[in-house]
Design a protein around this ligand. Structure first.
Ligand SMILES: Nc1ncnc2c1ncn2[C@@H]1O[C@H](COP(=O)(O)OP(=O)(O)OP(=O)(O)O)[C@@H](O)[C@H]1O
Length: 465
């Protein structure tokens, strides 16, 4: 990747992937929308100091639709590709004089971002330490079990012992990296093998789409023909009965056929609430290993490795500063290194302690939980009950919608402390009924353990994000 143009190419690819059927409906965009409003945009310049990606639109209509409808999508895409917080600003092609554009355009400057990132999720690029060495060893053993001469496990038969393999731990500690490393390694040595990597969320979305389109046969065929199934964030299927049934059968078919299954979860599998017992039992058949926040030495090694991959030279002082300030999430360490790289490329400044301090501050601020707004609450409740935010604000009386609406009222009161009048306004409802619904839910939660867990999860998600 060598210019802002290339960054934008990756952004376009990322956005196009969001048109796929396995994408969460709340993030999915239509292919028509992509072609009409996103694809015609042109990369203009990247202001590294302020973290702003400037794009050009041909006219005001494209600019406002792209900004209003796809602004969030574009921001997320830039952040994924560049690896640190980015703001997106769309200008009309004629907003600046051509001369000024020429002067400001940094399009040709080198910036190694996502080409490298794609290839970097390998075992070689994974830094081992006491926080992750068991998880690393298990993943390596799984990846090497197909190389008869290379078993690193001595007398242990990896076919039996490591199936299923489950890696668990908090966000940003390397679970996906290890899974992708297995995929990369097996692909390299055994290109004939069929490896499926997916996330719990994509699995659900794909199944929902298959059910809608009556294409479940294809869905079954796809998953049950895999030689290796890798599912990231499996905990997300908990509490969703249809999805769990489907996963259970897929698991059984593959397991009985001796195919390898690797899963990740954000908690110890036995602590996943609302997971069917029969799945929990299957998950305990193999081995499990956790990933923990890295210690200081490992953090230093990770920072150095990430910098090396980007061709960036950081002084010991800078590395120590980053390792001291960012302790719990490796994604943040990486984001800091990438932002420093961007600054050196786009501003010609050399990496320094003061630059690192600025970037760390920015990364910490951007990772603070976002404000809990009415829309976020309604969105989170809608998600949990498989309805849309519009359903919640509507007058539909379908049981699922009606219960979601009541739960939304309860959460709005509990989390935001809103008055019944404010809640009524937010949901386009008469406020007098809000009191009744709130009390109904409060009573229900005392007697219905499952519903209480669902509401607790909604509140937890709101507070964590
Ligand atoms: N030990 C490590 N060595 C090198 N890079 C690492 C290591 N651990 C994590 N990373 C990097 O940190 C970033 C986040 O890691 P990853 O996506 O694997 O986290 P995760 O545990 O799957 O998080 P989440 O649960 O949020 O999906 C990745 O870019 C990954 O390469």
């Amino acid at each position: 990747m060598d210019s802002f143009n290339d960054v934008f190419e990756e952004v376009l690819k990322y956005c196009f992937r969001l048109t796929g059927s396995d994408v969460n409906p709340q993030e999915r965009i239509s292919e028509g929308g992509y072609r009409m409003w996103i694809q015609p945009l042109k990369p203009y310049k990247f202001d590294a100091e302020n973290g702003v990606a400037f794009l050009l639109a041909k006219n005001d209509f494209i600019k406002s639709t792209a900004t209003n409808t796809f602004g969030k999508t574009l921001t997320k895409a830039f952040e994924e590709v560049m690896g640190f917080p980015v703001k997106v600003e769309i200008m009309i092609s004629g907003d600046d004089s051509e001369e000024e554009k020429e002067e400001l355009s940094l399009g040709e400057q080198p910036a190694d971002f996502s080409d490298e990132a794609k290839d970097s999720l390998t075992f070689e690029n994974f830094v081992k330490g006491s926080s992750n060495d068991l998880a690393y060893a298990f993943c390596k053993a799984v990846a090497e079990k197909y190389d008869k001469d290379k078993h690193s496990t001595g007398d242990i038969d990896p076919n039996k012992v490591f199936n299923p393999l489950i890696i668990y731990g908090d966000s940003g500690l390397g679970k996906t990296h290890l899974m992708k490393a297995i995929e990369h390694e097996v692909n390299k040595n055994h290109p004939e093998m069929k490896i499926i990597y997916t996330t719990g969320e994509a699995f659900i979305n794909e199944l929902v789409r298959a059910l809608e389109l009556k294409e479940t046969v294809d869905f079954h065929e796809k998953y049950r023909n895999a030689d290796i199934l890798l599912v990231d964030d499996i905990q997300i299927i908990a509490g969703k009965e249809r999805m769990q049934d489907e996963f259970f059968h897929t698991f059984n078919d593959l397991y009985n056929a001796g195919k390898q299954i690797v899963l990740t979860s954000d908690v110890l599998p036995s602590n996943i609430t609302k997971l069917q017992d029969r799945i929990a039992t299957r998950l305990s058949l193999g081995v499990q290993a956790d990933v923990q926040p890295p210690d200081f030495e490992t953090r230093m090694a990770i920072i150095n490795r990430k910098a090396e991959l980007l061709g960036l030279k950081l002084s010991d002082n800078v590395v120590r500063l980053i390792a001291e300030k960012l302790k719990t999430n490796i994604r943040q360490l990486e984001g800091t290194v990438k932002k420093i790289k961007a600054l050196t490329v786009y501003t010609n400044e050399s990496p320094s302690v003061s630059m690192a301090q600025r970037v760390i501050k920015e990364i910490i601020i951007s990772n603070q939980p976002s404000e809990i707004t009415v829309d976020r609450i309604i969105g989170e409740v809608a998600n949990a009950f498989d309805v849309t935010p519009e359903d919640i604000k509507s007058n539909h009386r379908h049981s699922n919608i009606s219960i979601a609406r009541k739960i939304a009222i309860y959460v709005l009161k509990e989390v935001k402390g809103m008055t019944y009048t404010q809640i009524g306004d937010a949901l386009n409802k008469n406020h007098s009924t809000m009191t009744i619904h709130y009390r109904d839910v409060a009573k229900l939660l005392k007697s219905n353990k499952e519903m209480k867990e669902t509401v607790d999860d909604i509140i937890k998600n709101l507070k964590e994000k």
